[in-house]
Design a protein around this ligand. Structure first.
Ligand SMILES: [Zn+2]
Length: 363
């Protein structure tokens, strides 16, 4: 297959325009809930259960400092995990649920491979369970060898210890989710500055609902399908307009389409989610997708939903209260071990206590 024509379109896309990539798009990603139903119970955050003791409480800090600590709101989990610069030197394990958990023994997707480049290096989110890292590499190699891609631009995976993030995603917490840009890799190495600034290309047309088939080509469809074909991949989230275009293009050949799930956002990148690794005790799976290809009522309902005019706020209505902050106590108890573990080659740890202390001095 001929190489994906990059020159004009892609180099043109290296316009250093405002980054349109979709932090907000991801904010509500939970996976498989249809457009017209609430998230299934399994997609809701884990029940809290008996809350483990918060790090840095009286027994650990002692004295007056502890008294002062007790009066402060607890440190949010995203602050703790966002400060972890290195992985936890523990056996690889995805703990909890995609949108409520953490990651031990993470591996990194190298920032440069022959057939991929990691983007947004400043975010330090190229960490995942080793099985996910292997899948990303395999996809990059397969896309180049079989689907006509020069290579892949790799977006966010997880933080070094997973967990909630300071910005963006609700999921990506246990190292089993990866964002792969739908913009192909240019045939040169991007500089670190370009990797921060390069905007991904939306696959949608002017209506913001349907795919623009001059932009969203069979090469893109082949890549999405390739990802869905892997046994360990349970879901590939794409914008409903992309799913609809793929349904229309593929006639009755819809193998793996049940794994290609329509969801908000996801027109700049696809979001690949793999299954809980069997040896990851405490990894909570998502309900199966079923076998329906989703090309009928499901995708049409999504399109209808997207075509509805936005809701207008009722004058005088109370704004909904902000969501309750997620603390370490809201995550599976094992995540405390992940936070406190050392890291290979570096005895330093990133503990809640230390983060708390740092925050206290910078306020
Ligand atoms: Zn994602």
């Amino acid at each position: 297959m001929r190489r994906f024509a990059l020159a004009a379109g892609i180099i043109g896309a290296i316009a250093f325009a405002a980054n349109a990539q979709t932090a907000q798009d991801e904010a509500r990603v939970t996976g498989n809930s249809g457009p017209l139903v609430a998230a299934s119970p399994a997609e809701k955050p884990a029940s809290k259960g008996p809350a483990p003791k918060e790090a840095g409480t009286a027994s650990e800090s002692g004295g007056e400092a502890a008294q002062a600590n007790l009066k402060q709101p607890p440190v949010e989990a995203k602050t703790i995990f966002g400060a972890a610069a290195t992985p936890a030197a523990l056996a690889a394990r995805s703990i909890g649920f995609y949108s409520r958990g953490c990651l031990a023994g993470a591996a990194a997707v190298p920032i440069d491979g022959e057939t991929w480049q990691v983007m947004r290096l400043s975010r330090n989110r190229n960490w995942g369970h080793p099985k996910l890292v292997a899948m990303v590499k395999r996809l990059a190699e397969d896309a180049a060898a079989k689907d006509g891609w020069q290579g892949l631009l790799v977006g966010d995976i997880s933080q070094p210890r997973g967990g909630p993030m300071l910005t963006g995603h609700a999921s990506h917490q246990i190292g089993l989710d990866a964002d792969i840009w739908l913009t192909p890799m240019p045939n040169r190495r991007l500089t670190p500055a370009e990797r921060e600034a390069l905007s991904a290309t939306s696959m949608l047309g002017k209506d913001g609902i349907h795919a623009d088939t001059t932009v969203f080509t069979p090469y893109h469809a082949a890549l999405i399908r390739r990802a869905a074909s892997y046994a360990e991949v349970e879901r590939v989230l794409v914008h409903p307009g992309i799913k609809k275009a793929m349904c229309e293009e593929n006639g009755n050949d819809r193998k793996y389409f049940h794994k290609i799930r329509p969801y908000w956002g996801h027109h700049y990148h696809m979001h690949i989610r793999i299954a809980c690794p069997p040896d990851s005790v405490g990894c909570r799976p998502q309900p199966p997708t079923g076998t329906d290809d989703g090309c009928g009522k499901e995708v049409d309902d999504w399109i209808t939903l997207l075509q509805r005019p936005p809701k207008v706020a009722t004058p005088g209505a109370k704004p909904s209260p902000p969501p309750k902050p997620v603390t370490l106590a809201d995550l599976p108890p094992e995540c405390r071990l992940v936070v406190d573990a050392g890291t290979d080659g570096d005895a330093g740890t990133v503990s809640g206590t230390k983060v708390r202390a740092r925050e206290a001095t910078t306020r």
